[in-house]
Design a protein. Structure first.
Length: 487
């Protein structure tokens, strides 16, 4: 029996809170499994066989992990299409989460290259489906003019980072004590818990999440799904024939992501179902997409270059405790958990006076550039001599920059999305992360302990130059994407 509620505003607020808790729950466990696997994966690839790894070169491991991250976000567009055209957001999240669980089980149970290919393949498809549809489901909890939207996404983002905090700590500990495959198994258990949380809370989500916004015509879904399967088979063949190698994976992926992104933008802009005001706002999303790609080209290196740097350059003794290198992958989520409520409260109190979305993007670009410049005084030292406190300070800058862009790009995407391309618009924002991950993988191949100064200086200056160009374009972006409150 439903308890009567007199005030409809209070009723709406309570429903939003319960739905937000459900989405934060599945998101927390999805991020637990994703980050718990991602950090262990890098070491699994380049640790020697007697350490339980596959014995690849560090540059090859960096390229593979960078490409894996890029493909995950690239497949968000497939998850978005599945949601918009066949299943709807709610069912797509559920099906994709099952795929993630199976992917972790494959990594845990299957040895060597076979387990790697099957496991990562399932993880790419499953994670792409969940992360493109979770934000859409959160966005459906709010009306278009609800100023709680940015703060709601900030709190949802904090929930994601609770999982991202715990995942690397637990899997890192299990990897150290029990081996890689037990660590991958723990990620599978985490995703199973997330599925239970989501199943129990689905009734609290918006009814719109059960609808298919733009269903495909009868009989046309099967050929399209077969085309996706053929593409996957082509990728497997390219790997088997050595056309795709660890050294060229990031380059091929970056080109593919750029082409896919261009096609998605073109489809939305040319669609007869996109209205003139929607078309104008989609155009305004293009520079935000590019700014996001630049940001994540640097930010995603915390999982590749920074991890190699930590393992080889940082003194892991702190206060008499020997830290596992995976510890540093939990630092940013820990900072997010502390800072996200403060940012959410600030933006809520500011209301329409808070900085515009483009202004927040600019702060993020400048912040991530500054983080890379902070490596310069530490560069050139031999051996593991860097204090872990210095890395903590740099990762704090990573976090502040992240909070100005990651939740904001999701919020702005759900606000500006055309009615018939809602989840695909969110998918585009994830494609910007995919492009950034690919570019970061390309850049990471140039990293070497003997050329640290040149690497960090070049990457930081390149990002700062892009920030300057973006700053000049902000007035045009604001006019193009502005709604009734001018943001």
């Amino acid at each position: 029996m439903v308890t009567p509620v007199i005030n409809p505003v209070e009723r709406r607020g309570g429903q939003v809170a319960r739905g937000l808790l459900t989405m934060a729950g599945i998101g927390m466990w999805e991020r637990f499994s994703f980050y718990g696997t991602q950090v262990v994966l890098l070491y699994y690839l380049y640790f020697s066989a007697d350490q339980g790894g596959l014995g690849l070169q560090p540059a090859e491991a960096v390229a593979i992990v960078g490409t894996y991250g890029a493909l995950v976000y690239c497949f968000t567009i497939a998850g978005a299409w599945l949601s918009d055209r066949i299943l709807g957001p709610e069912r797509t999240v559920f099906v994709s989460a099952v795929g993630i669980m199976l992917g972790h089980l494959a990594l845990a149970a299957l040895p060597g290259t076979a387990g790697l290919m099957v496991g990562l393949g399932l993880l790419v498809m499953g994670t792409g489906g969940t992360i493109s549809n979770m934000p859409s489901s959160v966005g459906l909890l709010y009306d278009a003019d609800d100023h709680r939207r940015d703060a709601g996404f900030m709190l949802f983002y904090m929930g994601l980072n609770v999982g991202a905090l715990g995942g690397p700590l637990l899997t890192g500990l299990l990897r150290k004590e029990q081996g890689f495959h037990v660590a991958f198994g723990a990620a599978a258990v985490g995703m199973a818990i997330g599925l239970v949380v989501y199943t129990l809370g689905r009734r609290n989500l918006s009814p719109e999440g059960r609808q298919v916004p733009n269903p495909v015509a009868a009989g046309s879904a099967v050929p399209r799904l077969l085309a996706v399967a053929a593409l996957a088979a082509l990728v497997v063949l390219a790997v088997a024939s050595d056309w795709l190698t660890p050294s060229n994976l990031p380059d091929v992926t970056a080109i593919a992501v750029a082409l896919i992104s261009s096609a998605v933008f073109a489809t939305m802009l040319r669609s007869p179902k996109t209205t003139a005001p929607e078309r104008r706002q989609v155009t305004g999303l293009i520079p935000l997409y590019l700014a996001g790609a630049v940001f994540f080209a640097l930010y995603q290196q915390q999982f590749t270059v920074v991890q190699v740097y930590v393992a080889s350059r940082v003194d892991l003794e702190l206060g008499g405790i020997t830290l596992a290198p995976e510890f540093f992958n939990s630092v940013v989520p820990a900072f997010v958990i502390v800072l996200a409520p403060l940012f959410a409260r600030w933006w809520n109190r500011q209301g329409t006076r808070q900085p515009s979305a483009p202004a927040k993007f600019l702060v993020a670009l400048i912040g991530i550039s500054a983080a890379f410049f902070c490596f310069l005084p530490l560069a050139g030292r031999e051996g593991a001599t860097i204090s872990p406190l210095a890395i903590l300070g740099i990762l704090f800058l990573f976090t502040v920059a992240e909070l100005f862009i990651a939740p904001v790009q999701l919020a702005v995407a759900t606000r500006l999305a055309p009615a018939h391309h809602q989840t695909q618009t969110v998918g585009l924002m994830f494609l910007s992360i995919a492009l950034g991950s690919s570019l970061g993988g390309i850049a990471g191949k140039s990293y070497s302990p003997t050329a640290e100064t040149e690497y960090f200086l070049t990457v930081g200056l390149a990002a700062l130059a892009c920030a300057a160009v973006f700053a000049v374009s902000i007035p045009w972006i604001r006019r193009t994407i502005a709604d009734d409150d001018g943001r």
